[in-house]
Design a protein around this ligand. Structure first.
Ligand code: HEM
Length: 165
């Protein structure tokens, strides 16, 4: 099964999808004139979704709690913000826009401790030059998000937990 060639203004065609056998799907996607033939096993895709959604979240929460324990001033400021925004512990689930410090604590935790430090692997689709290095087509590329997040050229005191930044 082949998808029609995309027109000049169209870079992505919706996947055409067929069920091969129980739980196994096969779809053809055209993106930027390249035809991808994707076979998907639904049971394993669901397993991946579950792992992607749970492991990352608990790792981030554990690091947030560890950083707050090491930084009592940040912990106190966050507690004050959360308690006054929630108006009592019973409403804590409804926290939203009125908690900028909470948002800053989460962002700073993810900066210092990204649960997926090398992101997902990429494959170079054409020869490229990055910072003077030749990257050949087909090379598997890992992006070191951990190093970017702690780059002293971009962050003041990169190893410190400073939600105020
Ligand atoms: C703190 C929480 C989370 C973190 C730090 C996180 C981190 C990431 C990262 C770094 C990627 C790879 C992005 C890339 O390299 O392009 C990713 C992809 C993905 N995440 Fe999360 N994630 C989190 C929560 C979740 C949740 C709650 C779900 C689902 C309920 C989820 C589902 C996915 C899926 C399906 C992908 C693949 C997306 C794609 O390839 O198009 N993640 N996540």
């Amino acid at each position: 099964m082949l998808c029609p060639e995309p027109g000049p203004e169209q870079h992505f065609t919706p996947p055409s999808c067929i069920v091969q056998r129980r739980g196994i799907f096969r779809m053809v996607v055209v993106h930027s004139h390249i035809i991808y033939d994707v076979v998907m096993d639904f049971a394993h895709a669901l397993q991946d979704m579950f792992a992607a959604g749970t492991e990352t979240t608990y790792i981030a929460l554990e690091w947030a709690m560890s950083e707050l324990m090491k930084n009592p001033a940040a912990m106190r400021r966050l507690q004050q913000e959360v308690r006054s925004a929630a108006g009592g512990i019973a409403k804590a689930d409804a926290l939203g826009a009125g908690t900028p410090y909470l948002k800053a604590v989460v962002k700073e935790t993810l900066r210092l401790h990204p649960p997926v430090p090398l992101l997902l692997p990429r494959e170079c689709m054409q020869d490229a030059t990055v910072l003077g290095y030749h990257v050949a087509e087909g090379t598997r590329v890992f992006v070191n998000a951990w190093a970017i997040n702690r780059d002293p050229g971009s962050w003041h005191a990169p190893d410190d937990f400073l939600p105020e930044r």
